[in-house]
Design a protein around this ligand. Structure first.
Ligand SMILES: [Zn+2]
Length: 282
């Protein structure tokens, strides 16, 4: 295993492959939806024993807070719970939807089918198994609760104003493309003013996990990265904290967007690297 790790890590270290951590650290400042218990971190042991230093801590967290995964069961009773999500659904080609200008003009903005179509006319068809993530620019607000929920009453959801997806866009995506995961850089796939959480329901009923509070989307390309979602494999869970990583070739030439064969080749190449990387981490 050590030899495999070394050979795989060399391209990353030499700068051919860039890795971006799309995760906010879990801490006392992690943002949760109102009503959740607080994050807890306690030191159990930090001491110098006779021959070595020993440290061990205890933490507890609600499933849905900070950078995390929504299992489909979150809003759909008989859909996959956290541990049931197939591993191959947790790795995929990134589709980053840049709606920063729309969200700047309207904090209640909802991604439309036209936004997906605009992406495809620029970058080609949303690939099979895509991990689709909205970049609204909200990452610059994290972890300021007032700014993330965009409300001076961050304990009252009816006052929230942040972007998400329109349910009609998600209905179109589910019917016409084959995305593995759908996520956002805001606290919810449904926009802040939602009261029926239809996007959550549609995704859940179609066994499509969600990602929320995804970080640093401005540091990866709209197309060409591979994303890994290392979510906690929590038995019977409806979601949980996730370490989300993106890798891409930073020296890649601007894409020939409509050439699907070249994009598939790129994805297969990065996937092989990625799977080996994961086995290295494990
Ligand atoms: Zn959630």
């Amino acid at each position: 295993m050590a030899l495999v790790c070394l050979s795989v890590l060399i391209p990353v270290i030499s700068g051919e492959m860039k890795v971006v951590d799309l995760t906010w650290a879990h801490s006392a400042s992690t943002i949760y939806w109102p009503g959740n218990p607080a994050f807890n971190f306690s030191i159990m042991s930090r001491e110098k024993l006779t021959n070595y230093w020993y440290e061990s801590n205890w933490f507890s967290t609600p499933e849905h807070g900070g950078t995390h995964l929504d299992a489909p069961a979150h809003f759909s009773k008989d859909s996959w719970r956290t541990q049931e999500i197939p591993a191959e659904r947790l790795i995929g080609p990134a589709v980053i939807l840049d709606v920063t200008s729309q969200a700047k003009a309207d904090p209640d903005y909802r991604v439309t089918q036209a936004d997906f179509e605009a992406y495809e006319s620029k970058h080609g068809r949303i690939p099979h198994g895509a991990i689709v993530i909205m970049n609204s620019g909200w990452g610059s607000r994290y972890p300021n609760k007032t700014r993330v929920f965009n409300s001076d009453q961050p304990g009252t959801p009816s006052t929230f104003h942040f972007p998400g997806y329109h349910e009609d866009a998600i209905t179109w995506l589910v019917a016409n493309r084959n995305a593995s995961i759908v996520g956002v850089d805001t606290p919810s796939n449904d926009h802040g003013q939602s009261t029926d959480f239809k996007v959550h329901v549609i995704l859940g009923e179609n066994n499509i996990p969600g990602l929320e509070n995804v970080a640093r989307l401005d540091q990866i390309p709209e197309k060409g990265a591979t994303i890994f979602v290392g979510s906690i494999k929590l038995f019977d869970g409806s979601g949980g904290p996730a370490r989300i990583l993106a890798t891409f070739d930073q020296d890649a030439k601007p894409c020939d967007c409509v050439s699907s064969s070249s994009s598939i080749a790129t994805f297969v190449g990065t996937s092989v690297l990625s799977v080996l990387l994961v086995s290295c981490i494990v």
